[in-house]
Design a protein around this ligand. Structure first.
Ligand code: PEP
Length: 252
C-alpha cells in the first residue's frame, strides 16, 4: 500500500507571517486527514518559522530547491544542511520552473537528489514534458531521459527513499489538467522505468504524485487512478479553503 501524499508548492508566495498563519489553520485539518501525508513547501525565508509552527503536527516541510554542496561560494543558494537545520524533511528537485527559468539540467538534478539522500532528506523529483514534446510524440522519451538522468547511480535502497512528481509542463499553472487517464498512463510508464532500473518491489513502493492544475474539483478523479499516489499542487495550495478541500479529497 502506497500512502497518498498531498503536497503544496507555494513557489514565490507568502511572507513569514502568512506562512505561519496558514500552517496554524491547516494543522487541525491535517490531523483529521489520516488517509494521506501532508507536505507544504514555503519559500526559503519562511521555512524556519513554518517548521516551528508545524512542529508536532502532521504537516511536514519541503524546500523548493537546494544546492548539492555542503557549503561554499554559491551566492543565492541553500545547502541541504541548512534546509535540515530550518526543519525541512523533503526537498523538491527539478521542478520545471527551475529547469526552464534557471536552466537546471538532469545532471544537476542528479547531484541534488544524491546530496538530499545523503543528508536524510526525501527528494521529490519532478519530471514532465512540454506541450511541444507531447505533440511531437516525445513524452516517453523525455520522461525516460529525465528519469534515468536525474536518478543515475542510485541504488534500489536509495530509490526507495524518493518520491517522483509527474508534472506535464503544459498543465502547470495553466488551468489545463491532464485527464486522469493521461496522467495514469505517464505514471505507469514511470513505474515501468522504475521496475527496469531498480526492481519490482521498489517500483511497487515508489509514490508518484501528479502535478499540473490540480484543484478541489478534479483531484477526486485523479486520485481514483490506482497509479496516482498523490498530488503536487501549486495555485490551489495557496488558499486555506482550497488546500483543505484537497486534503479532504473524495476517496474510496
Ligand atoms: C506546481 O507548481 O508544481 C504546480 C503543479 O502548479 P499548479 O498546481 O498551479 O499547476
Amino acid at each position: 500500500m502506497r500512502k497518498p501524499v498531498i503536497a503544496g508548492n507555494w513557489k514565490m508566495y507568502k511572507t513569514i507571517a502568512e506562512a505561519v498563519d496558514f500552517i496554524e489553520k491547516i494543522k487541525p485539518v491535517a490531523a483529521q486527514a489520516g488517509h494521506c501525508e501532508v507536505i507544504v513547501a514555503p519559500p526559503f525565508t519562511a521555512l524556519a518559522a513554518a517548521a516551528a509552527a508545524a512542529k508536532g503536527s502532521k504537516v511536514s516541510l519541503a524546500a523548493q530547491n537546494c544546492h548539492w554542496d555542503k557549503e561554499g561560494a554559491h551566492t543565492g543558494d541553500i545547502s541541504i544542511g541548512m534546509l535540515r537545520n530550518a526543519g525541512c524533511r523533503h526537498v523538491i528537485v527539478g521542478h520545471s520552473e527551475r529547469r526552464h527559468d534557471c536552466g537546471e539540467t538532469d545532471e544537476q538534478v542528479n547531484k541534488k537528489v544524491k546530496a538530499a539522500l545523503a543528508a536524510g532528506l526525501t527528494p521529490i523529483v519532478c519530471v514532465g514534458e512540454t506541450l511541444a514534446e507531447r505533440e511531437n510524440g516525445e513524452t516517453e522519451k523525455v520522461l525516460e531521459r529525465q528519469f534515468t538522468g536525474g536518478l543515475a547511480g542510485l541504488t534500489p535502497a536509495d530509490f526507495s527513499r524518493i518520491m517522483i512528481a509527474y508534472e506535464p509542463v503544459w498543465a502547470i499553472g495553466t488551468g489545463r489538467t491532464a485527464t486522469p487517464e493521461m496522467a495514469a498512463e505517464a505514471h505507469g510508464f514511470l513505474r515501468a522505468l522504475a521496475r527496469r532500473e531498480f526492481g519490482e518491489s521498489e517500483a511497487d513502493g515508489v509514490r508518484i504524485l501528479y502535478g499540473g492544475s490540480v484543484k478541489p474539483d478534479n483531484i477526486g478523479g485523479l486520485m481514483a487512478q490506482e497509479e496516482i499516489d498523490g498530488a503536487l499542487v501549486g495555485g490551489a495550495s495557496l488558499k486555506v479553503d482550497s488546500f483543505t478541500a484537497l486534503l479532504n479529497y473524495p476517496c474510496g
